[in-house]
Design a binder for this molecule. Sequence first.
Ligand SMILES: C[S@@+](CC[C@H](N)C(=O)[O-])C[C@H]1O[C@@H](n2cnc3c(N)ncnc32)[C@H](O)[C@@H]1O
Length: 242
Amino acid sequence: MIIPAGSGIPPAMTGKPSPSRPDRPIRTFGRVGGRALSSRQQALVEALLPRLAVPEALEDPADLFPGLREVWLEIGFGGGEHLAEQARRHPDVGLIGCEPFIEGMAKALTQVEAGGLENVRFLMDDARPLVARLKPGSLARVFILFPDPWPKKRQQKRRLIQPGFLDDLHRACRAGARIRFATDVAGYADEALWQFLRHGGFDWQAEGAGDWRVAPEDHVTTRYETKKLGDCAPVWFDFITQ
Ligand SMILES: C[S@@+](CC[C@H](N)C(=O)[O-])C[C@H]1O[C@@H](n2cnc3c(N)ncnc32)[C@H](O)[C@@H]1O
């Protein structure tokens, strides 16, 4: 189901621009700066990141990975453990990682350099404008792992999973693409599942609790996941785009 204009859903729920800041969508992430980077990390951000950065006007992500069979996207990769390991396991796939937090980016760059990974590109920014402009059908897999939960009621408009974002995500994915969403916050799990299913373009094939309560076999444990900051055990929703 595509949410029609005039559906009565407030702009904050659609990921549309904030009425007070029409130039910017409501921010879904927290801090972008952190502790000072080590000199090694700083050097990677200055020298390696520009070489691996997604160009501003990119539309077809396959252009970044000539000869590779498909493109995957990870939104909010944190410290990059999952992104780097998936890239190592799948050298025939191109991975784009988006993360506005510079410390996370520096950690991911460190892993990419140490692993000699050539199939990773980065965007140190909000993933949503990228997803919105990507060529339709250009992504085969998307990971959204432990997105910022924004647990307080008044902050929930900041959650990444909103109808407008799901429209863009669905358009950017090819039919049969796999989307993985994980969280350890019960309220976000309920809301995200409802939003994905309500959209109508994401099929959820879970048959029993084991399909969403147990980490998928190909999952790589993330740093945030190990902190167990949420109010429930992690849940894993794997969707397939129709
Ligand atoms: C709670 S952390 C989890 C990080 C990582 N996935 C993990 O499990 O360790 C969520 C991350 O998503 C990033 N993030 C939030 N909104 C984003 C967006 N619109 N685009 C890209 N990254 C985003 C944040 O900066 C933050 O690092």
